[in-house]
Design a protein around this ligand. Sequence first.
Ligand code: PLP
Length: 387
Amino acid sequence: MSIYLDHNATTPIDGRVLDAMLPFLREQFGNASSGHQPGRVARAAVDAARQQVAALVHAHPSQVIFTSGGTEANNLALKGVAARMNPGHIILSAVEHSSVRAPAIALQKQGWMLNEVGVDAEGRLDIENLRAMLDCLPVDSAKILAVMLANNETGIVYDSAPIAALAREFGATLLVDAVQAAGKMPVNFVDSGAQLMSLSAHKIYGPKGVGALIVDKAIDIEPMLHGGGHEKARRAGTENVAAIVGFGKAAELALTELSTRTVQMEALRNYLEARLLSELPQAIIFGQQADRVPNTSFFALPGIDGETLLMSLDQAGLAVSSGSACSTGDVEPSHVLSAMGVTAERARGAIRVSLGKDSRREEIDNFIDCLKQQVRALQSFATVAYA
Ligand code: PLP
């Protein structure tokens, strides 16, 4: 029996979401741009989904641009806004997802300067440092600021209100990546003070390959895809109606079930961490004192290699994630942990457990029992190997 505890990577599709999608993969196959009846049915379904997605983040439906996911939404936000300005400064938190970091790095080739604002040992953003950084930039240069709402590795939540206040004061356009926050905490586009917000369906029990960028009316963005006039000419391409319908349904469920899901996941996460610390007291939980989304626990076991532990847990039927990114064959320690001042050696022992709305206590018990066994085995192996 396999146990899935990696919901920040992706979530299983909810049966109710699949049911909503199926007619649009079968008989309702119309193109949402066609003027005939099948086309109108598809258009109505896309419009309904737009309302559901907007409602999840308290935005207006006209502010929703459907994309192929969170990665495209972040790329469209940064590149689309940058294209309408003279190159200036992009300021990112040091813990942003690669789908924000990589386009920001790419924009350097077009003359944009990149600045990173650090976090403290608990992963919290250094607001004073952000103010000082903004204060040093030329008053008349264009500024784009990107700070996520919840971190995918640690689950740490960033309060966008003081960040948005600074953005306003210094005339910066603010992108908030809400991909990991949506469905795990209340998200309000208006209250966030952001002009741009990214979302992804597959993190909230919807299908993969669909997401959205929420754009304030006052913001002018250059499309990345040119073609027909889809999405009010901001993202060309025939709409993936079934996926959009699934995203809408997933958003509706995430909103109506938010409080039950969060209460349940938080109780389970607290149970997991209490058992972890009592049975493996050497464990270090990252960001435990910070505000976190209720489903995520990121911890390290000193002296244990996270990748090796991940593989042995996988063989035992447990799917979790490690804190390392595998790039070009080398295992790099997490940039999030590095930003928090965690040593590379400790970061290499990091394991992320991310619970889902349907995770159960028995699964946590199985996980902890298995983790203890695997840690003991790895420790005895290390003792023999180095004896
Ligand atoms: N932003 C964050 C914080 C994420 O965790 C992810 C995915 O892991 C993304 C963006 C990218 O979303 P997608 O997988 O839909 O491209």
